[in-house]
Every structure is written in C-alpha cells, then in structure tokens.
Design a protein around this ligand. Sequence first.
Ligand code: SF4
Length: 393
Amino acid sequence: MKYVDEYRDGALAKTLAGKIAREADPGRRYHLMEFCGGHTHAISRYGLADLLPRNVEMVHGPGCPVCVLPIGRIDNAIELARDRGVILCTYADTMRVPASKGLSLMKAKAAGADIRMVYSCADALKIARDNPSREVVFFAIGFETTTPPTALAILEAARQGLANFSVFCNHVLTPAAITHILESPEVRDLGLVPLDGFIGPAHVSTVIGSAPYDYFAEEYRKPVVIAGFEPLDVMQAILMLVRQLNEGRAEVENEFTRAVTPQGNEKAKALVADVFELRRSFEWRGLGEVPYSALAIKQRFAAFDAEARYGIVYRPVPDHKACECGAILRGVKKPADCKVFGIVCTPENPIGSCMVSSEGACAAHYTYGRYKVGSDPGKVGSDSTFGDRNPGR
Ligand code: SF4
C-alpha cells in the first residue's frame, strides 16, 4: 500500500474483522492491551471495538506521555516559569494537564508566567539563541520517540555554547512500564486485569527496534505484535495476536514492517546513550514509582540539566479524589467507570490527565462517543464504519 487512506479501507477492515470473528475461539476470552495512546485513539476514532467479537477485549495501557506525567513534575515546571523567571518551552498537550491548586501551565501563562508552546526542542533552542539575556528551559516529556531530538538539542546547545539553555528531562521508557504492569498485583496476584497479549507501539519501536520486547514473550509468555496506528494496522495486529494465542505461541511479531527492524535506529539510540542515563526510579501517574523507567541527563551535560541548575526538588502530589486516571492507566478501569467522566470532566475542563491529550483514554472515549451510560464501553454502537466520527479533528 502506498497512501494513508488505503490503511483505512472499510472493505479490507471488514474482511479482517470476519477473519478475527472466525478464528477467535468462542470458548475463550482474549484480553489484549494496546500499550500506546495512539492505538487507543485509533480504536475509538474508527470504532474498531465494535468490529470485534465480544470475547476479544481491548485493554487500554499507559502509553500516553501526557497522561503518565505526575502532578509534581508539572508543579516543578510551573515553579520554574513563575518563581525563577525562566522562559519555559513545552509541547502543546502538556499545557492543559491539571497541576496542584487548580493550576496548569496554561493558567500559569495566563497569570503572567513566560510559558511558550513549541513544536520541537529545536524551537526552544532558537528561543534561547534569540533571548541571550533570558534563561530558557525545555520541559521535555515523552517516550523513546521524542528522546533522540532532546538529546540532539542538548548536543547542539553544547556545540553552540548556549549557556542560557537547559532541559527539564521527563523522558520515560516503554519496556520498563510493560514489565511493571506485568508485575503489578492486579495482573500477577489478584487477576483483576487479565492480559493475554500486547499491541506494541510503532513509533517507539522505530527507535528501539522489536528486540526489547523479546523479554515479555520469553519471560512472561505474552505475545507482542508491533503495529502502526492506522485502523487496518490495528485490526491486523489483533488477528496476529489471536492466531498466536490459538496456537499457544508467545512471540514478538512485527506488523509495522514498513519502518520497524529488530535493532531499531542505531544512530538515534547512540545519541540517547551519549546524553542520557537511567534513573533508579521515576514516578508515573497511575503506576507509582517504577524502577529504571526514565532517563536523566548525564553528569557530562549537567550544565544543560535544569534539575541540576535550579536544584529542582520533586514532591509527589495525589490525583484529584474523584479521578480514576491511575486505575485506567493500569487497565483496571475504563473511562466510563469514573463518576465525573463527561459530566464534570470534559476535554474543555479536564480534571485528570487522561482527558487532556487526544491519546488519553478518557479524551478518546469522550470525543468519539465510546461511552453510553449503562453499556459496555468497548461495545457501544453497531454501525461499524471507518468514516471519521469527528471530521473536525
Ligand atoms: S474522566 Fe476525568 S477525572 Fe475521570 S478518570 Fe478520566 S481524566 Fe480522570
């Protein structure tokens, strides 16, 4: 296939849905976690859950970088802009994530803090070059996909001798989070979250490759299929997982052969290894402290490390009492299980982080109408269609 709309072909999707329905064993249930918010978004946007037989259930995972950012880290960023007078640059989605005391980066900006939305950290570098008398901090978030550009920006700042530029690093790692989920009491001891296999993220895997997932297949006997974010990618990945489970296999398969290789992008990985090192522990929203799940800037580049430069102290802050984001990010609950979903908490007025980014499970369910009170949120509606349910987006 050559063009993106070919990956949204309704007739092909129905063919795949037919194969899944025929091959899924009616005597068993299939619980498949899509780790990444990009897949959650595609499943909601294209109504994929409606195409699946009732015994094939999708479980949302924690792979939304905005959703897993703990409140305390946003508080730290606000303090940098408000109390230390820096120009704080970050991606747009991060701006609306609720912080402590009813604040967010957007509200802090409205109150006068110099907080700027950027498309990339290269934009933040330019702002630093254009404002030599101001300190500029890039508030870096995201998984392995966004880490190499941050590494490049730090190397570039070092090369240019940009003394007024630093990075507040919050980059997190996919495999560590998957391990944490598989080791969680809900999955391992209590059986609250049955998990039979994973759909792995395509963009992350273009960087790290498919090899890091081998561990989950070998150690935990969970099949993994790395898949793209178009509806046919997701449907094909579900079919591949169903086949693996039927045949008793637990392997890493690659649906996204158009960009993912076993070893990934060696150049990008070398950049990351040059600039970053593993943190011993990092708090994720919903998952708590996860060992070796995030990156810190190496001592060699301490001059560009905002945590070192400003002596940032992290203070954990609990979520809003009504918010179920934590349970949703662990796959324990669905958005419609939250009492304030769609009532008090909406994309215009997010109470929790899962309602902010389009990749958040709550935002995806709300935007594409995957929630009808009293119904199974995964099975709402029967008009299986691959038309865009929200053409405005
Ligand atoms: S609906 Fe809002 S408050 Fe409830 S879990 Fe989702 S983000 Fe949190």
